[in-house]
Design a protein around this ligand. Structure first.
Ligand code: AMP
Length: 116
């Protein structure tokens, strides 16, 4: 597992980001290339490379991703709903090898999957 990723640098404040939430287990910031009016990435503070690498030691941080998502969604006014996505490895379209949850909302997000 890498100790350092693009997202650990954001979490430590070494790369600028629009951080919207931070606690002892997770950090959330706005996606640099938003795919919806609200597009936030919620990231465990410790590196888990992908969803295929999670262990029982990660359970608290992974649970906190959902609690943080709910709190951020409330603050962002997403009462109409939103989508949570975790891409995993190459076929899942994962680009950054530090597990993260996308929170997308602010308009209807559309079909769950489009085939290209
Ligand atoms: P994924 O494809 O699931 O790995 O998602 C990676 C996401 O990170 C993409 O939506 C990118 O737009 C986003 N991203 C890449 N670099 C940054 C950055 N410096 N700050 C915020 N978001 C970023």
């Amino acid at each position: 597992m890498p100790d350092e990723t693009l997202f650990t640098k954001i979490i430590r404040g070494e790369i600028p980001a629009d951080v919207v939430y931070r606690d002892d287990l997770v950090t959330a910031f706005r996606d640099i290339s938003p795919q919806a009016p609200v597009h936030v990435l919620i990231v465990p503070n410790h590196v888990i490379a992908t969803a295929a690498d999670v262990t029982r030691d990660d359970e608290r941080a992974l649970g906190r991703l959902f609690v943080a998502a709910r709190q951020i969604a409330e603050r962002e006014g997403l009462e109409a709903g939103y989508r949570l996505i975790v891409n995993c490895r190459e076929h899942g379209g994962q680009e950054v090898p530090h597990l993260h949850m996308h929170l997308l909302g602010g308009e209807p997000i559309g079909p769950m999957r489009t085939r290209s």
